[in-house]
Design a protein around this ligand. Structure first.
Ligand code: GLN
Length: 202
């Protein structure tokens, strides 16, 4: 059984733990470096990325997280988690840092106060023909997808809201609140692929 952590410094941790448990993973909150070292995959939940950034530094988690990402740990970031995984931030709060890993530029609160939260159906070809019902809550956008990353989904106007790169996946929206488990399953697929490679190499 894969052991999947949810970064539990801030944000909607419980919903992700519930989805992962439903999928048969051993789902555990992660707050400390030793807890991070014990997981096969990680979810960085939605919340407030500037606060999450401060807490990762306060809890001594920034470098361990960066090292884990660089070492190929499969990570799925939703919303604030997408911001944390972005290499570049278009409009961070002064001093705000990200962990990086995804060759993208993220723009926080990209939909403005007019459209604080909304829902829409999105085509995500990687997940099959059924559209994903996507819930956006003060969501970021992906302003620019660099050479290293790949868009998984766009809004009708072409703006990118889901990306992948290597073992990293990120969405602007929150699948954990809709009952659609396919993005979490994709994370488990990345975890299984990595376990396969590790076994083959030893
Ligand atoms: N607006 C938040 C941020 O900048 C993200 C919102 C969310 O995670 N639902 O971090």
């Amino acid at each position: 059984v894969p052991r999947i952590g949810v970064l539990a410094l801030q944000g909607d941790v419980r919903e992700h733990l519930a989805v992962l448990t439903r999928l048969g993973a051993a789902a555990v909150p992660v707050r400390r470096p030793d807890e991070l070292a014990a997981v096969d995959g990680l979810v960085i939940p939605g919340g407030e990325s500037s606060v999450m950034d401060k807490l990762t530094r306060l809890f001594g988690m920034r470098e361990p997280l960066r090292e884990a990402i660089a070492a190929g740990l499969p990570v799925y970031g939703t919303c604030a988690g997408l911001i944390m995984l972005a290499d570049r931030l278009a409009d961070g709060i002064s001093g705000q840092q990200t962990l990086g890993g995804l060759d993208i530029t993220a723009r926080r609160n990209a939909f403005g106060s007019q459209l604080d939260s909304f829902e829409t159906d999105l085509a995500v070809p990687d997940l099959g023909p059924e559209p994903v019902h996507a819930v956006f809550i003060r969501a970021p956008l992906v302003d620019e997808v660099g050479m290293g990353a790949r868009a998984l989904a766009t809004l009708a106007d072409g703006r990118v809201v889901a990306v992948a790169q290597g073992a990293l996946i990120a969405t602007s929206f929150h699948p954990e609140v809709t009952g659609d488990t396919r993005f979490h399953e994709l994370l488990l697929t990345r975890v299984a692929e990595r376990a396969g490679r590790t076994a083959a190499a030893s």
